[in-house]
Ligand binder design. Structure first.
Ligand SMILES: Cc1cc2nc3c(=O)[nH]c(=O)nc-3n(C[C@H](O)[C@H](O)[C@H](O)COP(=O)(O)OP(=O)(O)OC[C@H]3O[C@@H](n4cnc5c(N)ncnc54)[C@H](O)[C@@H]3O)c2cc1C
Length: 399
């Protein structure tokens, strides 16, 4: 990729993904039951080789996958992303035994993963998590507490669970565990949400876990969570860009054929200029997402700022574009089952999860005021005194 455009091979791959999504994934998505894991859809993602690619792709290809799928089938996009979020900690931090046991099924789409960090009392402030891991002999713990808003719960086959192994230690006292769904004491409840994908709450009643279940090292689990979220952050923006593009495409088609006041809607300047604004903002968000992903792949020093900007701009833009598309479609867009009715429900949550928009602004501001290293430019004025609180003890930012 140059700074401004994708190379022809990547452009062709995106077109191929959109076609596959239309032919092989959308029909399965339409047969799924809202609020439940669509296992045939996840298995098809596996057969297409896309789940395995989640773990070998660079950040830009991950963004292209998510954008292309979202443009045609948001259910497939989300199922793919959730496998990535739930299983990335196993891929990146798991032992050989954990990887051998779980990853083949994740890649094939026969094993469903989930990422369980949020709790009723710890959302944006994830380091406040309270799910207790009490020592139960040497190298063993019992997990007691709750997780909530967990995508794929309670139907996932395993959960990456973040629990407090050291009291009062903030982000430094958290351990990541791989907890199979059939572990004694683990129960779950589905939550009926505006967002179409499955989400639930989990209750842990002295669930036994051992050293073999730890992902990474004890008390280092917050880094596992934040590194996973950092990897996926630009691609949440790509999901949003895909939805914005789908809304824009639908609007172009609709305003070209809908007649009112003696001609198509597109001949009304107010309509045409609104569509131009939608296209302008979508393209700006896309470029920012690609730039953030490319910076991640190059190991650039300003990745936190770029990723936060990309996620913030793209998710807010998608909300704007989908809302404008609804307006230009009129009543038909609000009918249950219309593409825009679906996108209207899908587009809201990404402004909250994996770092709410306000949290992204806090990240951007913190990076802007960060004292420069020896070779860098000094910060303006007395910025050192005004650095915003990170809430995550220097490891990274909230989910
Ligand atoms: C559809 C969906 C799927 C989800 N899936 C998962 C999942 O799979 N796994 C998981 O662990 N969690 C998941 N979550 C939970 C998600 O990560 C949390 O909702 C998110 O971290 C925000 O936490 P909260 O909802 O408790 O909001 P709170 O933390 O209570 O924040 C509420 C609002 O306060 C404001 N705010 C918060 N912090 C700041 C700040 N520092 N500066 C300024 N304003 C601030 C923002 O407006 C924010 O939206 C999901 C959520 C949704 C909606």
């Amino acid at each position: 990729m140059t700074a401004f455009s994708l190379d022809p091979a990547r452009t062709a791959w995106c077109a191929e993904l959109r076609a596959l999504a239309g032919e092989r994934l959308l029909p399965l998505a339409q047969e799924g039951e809202p609020g439940h894991v669509n296992r045939p859809l996840v298995a098809e993602l596996g057969r297409l080789g896309l789940l395995a690619r989640l773990f070998t792709s660079d950040a830009l290809d991950l963004c292209l996958m998510r954008e292309s799928l979202a443009q045609t089938c948001t259910e497939a996009e989300t199922a793919l992303a959730l496998q990535g979020l739930g299983a990335h900690p196993v891929h990146a931090y798991g032992t050989g035994a954990q990887r051998d046991r779980w990853l083949p099924g994740v890649h094939a789409g026969t094993t469903v993963a989930a990422f369980a960090l949020s709790e009723p009392g710890a959302g944006s402030d994830a380091a406040a998590l309270a799910l207790r891991a009490d020592k139960d002999g040497s190298g063993a713990w019992r997990l007691t507490g709750e997780k909530c808003w967990i995508s794929n719960a309670p139907e996932a086959d395993f959960y990456t669970v973040f629990a407090r192994t050291t009291a009062d230690a903030g982000a430094r006292g958290v351990t990541a565990f791989l907890v199979p769904a059939d572990r004694a004491g683990l129960t779950g409840t589905p939550l009926d949400m505006l967002s179409p994908h499955p989400i639930g709450a989990l209750a842990f009643d002295a669930v036994p876990v051992a050293a073999d279940d730890v992902l990474g090292e004890p008390d280092r689990g917050f880094g596992v969570a934040m590194n996973t979220l950092n990897r996926f952050r630009p691609s949440v923006g790509a999901f949003a860009v895909g939805m914005a593009q789908a809304a824009l495409d639908a609007t172009l088609a609709h305003t070209s054929r809908r007649e009112a006041f003696g001609g198509p809607l597109k001949d009304l300047q107010a309509v045409a200029h609104q569509v131009a604004e939608m296209a302008l903002r979508t393209e700006a968000a896309r470029l920012m997402v690609y730039a953030a992903a490319a910076a991640y792949d190059e190991g650039a020093p300003d990745v936190p700022k770029r990723a936060a900007m990309a996620k913030l701009l793209a998710t807010e833009t998608a909300q704007y574009v989908v809302d404008a598309a609804v307006q230009l479609h009129g009543a038909r867009a609000l009918r249950r089952g219309h593409l825009l009715e679906h996108l209207y429900r899908e587009v809201r949550a990404p402004r909250i999860y994996e770092g709410a928009s306000e949290v992204q602004r806090a990240v951007i501001a913190k990076e802007l005021y960060r004292p420069a290293g020896p070779a860098g430019t000094p910060p303006p004025g007395n910025a050192r005194e005004h650095r915003p609180h990170s809430g995550a003890e220097g490891e990274s930012e909230a989910p």
